[in-house]
Design a protein around this ligand. Structure first.
Ligand SMILES: Cc1ncc(COP(=O)(O)O)c(C=O)c1O
Length: 399
């Protein structure tokens, strides 16, 4: 019998990954994946960038690079993040192989087996799996419409032993809950965590994809507030604003954490793909990024609004949902005890796939929620898919 490590034997394939094969089946309407629409990638711009590379740039692209990232991209990305209010001068940036790697590296930097970690319920499954891989105990804090339940966070901080190693949260257009954290909740989190030696991992991959300019001020990141007495480890990515195929993300962290993370990354993959870094650097330096993000933002808004309209029209009144104001997801609340996996099976038979709630429950139990994404389906497909989804819900919840 093959003897795997205890950390690996705890790993389970998530329903979301298993569903990916179905999501790509011909004619299946997919509300499952959290990826950009294929037709939205800036192919002409990428062609131009690749075709205009000099021999020297091509050599850099084909070569190993520094562990923390190519200097040119570190500089251009740093400028871009700085313009958005992030404290790039007083922190250090590391380019990573997707932001999921940034989360993994931070988990490795902080966690020993049986350590505790504060996470939201629901939470991004990729981060939960990373923390589980380092054998952490996940201590949950429920989400309300404006962020985590502060009383519960306070209670968790008072009662969790051993003391949590860090808090992981996602401030804007939460995956899967779709919410934006309010300023008040972020301020209260800062008050509670100040001088507690509990760093915050702030996972921010969707902030650029807002539907309404007026939301931008309240979407201010804790990292941008630069609170004293808390180490804030900010993670971001090109995945949702350019292309996940680049596998390029980043972390912006205090210097002491940076030094450890650099060593960890060195031991994992030496460096992130140079070819992706060269492309991303040109994409920023040639001034494409803001125009492109503005364009996809408009398209996701159309899709998001079509999703809201169709859900409002077709869902039974006992299903409620947070109206998304950006990002990729709607999060549907079914009547208590209603089983989203049963709905999923019926929906798949009818040709529609989504992700059931328990995938995002750190305890893996609550299944009376559904994550429905609108990023990878055009408006017409959303219009065809939602009535089918509503039919599947009725078949399960009314029988
Ligand atoms: C909240 C959140 N964080 C991080 C990631 C990881 O993205 P990537 O590793 O592609 O940068 C995702 C991807 O779905 C996500 O939804």
């Amino acid at each position: 019998m093959t003897r795997f490590s205890s950390s690996v034997s705890n790993l389970r394939s998530s329903e979301i990954r298993d569903m990916m094969s179905l999501a790509t089946a011909v004619n299946m309407i997919s509300f499952a994946g959290g990826m950009p629409g294929n037709e939205l990638f800036p192919l002409d711009t990428i062609d131009n960038i690749i075709n205009s590379l000099t021999d020297n740039e091509k050599q850099v692209a084909m070569q190993y690079g520094p562990t923390t990232g190519l200097p040119s991209l570190l500089e251009s990305l740093s400028d871009w993040l700085g313009k958005k209010g992030l404290p790039v001068k007083t922190n250090k940036l590391i380019l990573t192989t997707g932001s999921l790697q940034a989360i993994h590296i931070l988990a490795k930097a902080f966690l020993d087996p049986n350590d505790t970690v504060l996470v939201e319920t629901p939470s991004f499954i990729g981060a939960l799996s990373a923390f589980r891989a380092y054998q952490a105990d996940l201590i949950t804090v429920p989400l309300n419409g404006d962020g985590m339940d502060i009383n519960k966070l306070k209670m968790r901080l008072e009662t969790t032993s051993p003391k949590p190693k860090f808090l992981y949260y996602s401030p804007n257009f939460h995956n899967p809950a779709g919410i934006i954290y309010s300023q008040e909740v972020k301020q209260q989190m800062i008050e509670l965590l100040k001088d507690q030696e509990i760093p915050i991992i702030e996972d921010d991959v969707y902030s650029d994809l807002y539907f309404y300019e007026e939301d931008v001020p309240k979407m201010q990141l804790i990292k941008s507030m630069d609170p004293q007495g808390i180490d804030v480890c900010y993670t971001g990515s090109f995945s949702k604003i350019l292309g996940p195929g680049l596998r390029l993300g980043w972390m912006l962290v205090p210097e002491s954490i940076y030094r450890k993370c650099e060593l960890i990354k060195q031991s994992i993959d030496a460096c992130s793909p140079s070819i992706s870094q060269v492309i991303a650097d040109k994409f920023i330096r040639e001034g494409h990024i803001d125009d492109y993000v503005a364009r996809v933002r408009e398209e996701y808004k159309k899709r998001g609004l079509a999703m809201i309209e169709m859900l409002t029209k077709h869902l039974p009144e006992y299903v409620t949902f947070e109206k998304p104001r950006g990002g990729f997801y709607s999060w549907l609340k079914l009547p208590d005890g209603c089983d989203a996996t049963k709905i999923l099976k019926i929906a798949i038979d009818k040709g529609v796939v989504f992700v059931s709630g328990k995938t995002f429950d750190p305890d893996g139990i609550r299944n009376d929620f559904m994550r429905v994404s609108f990023c990878n389906t055009d408006v017409e497909t959303i219009k065809r898919g939602v009535p089918i989804l509503a039919e599947a819900i009725r078949e399960v919840c009314e029988n």
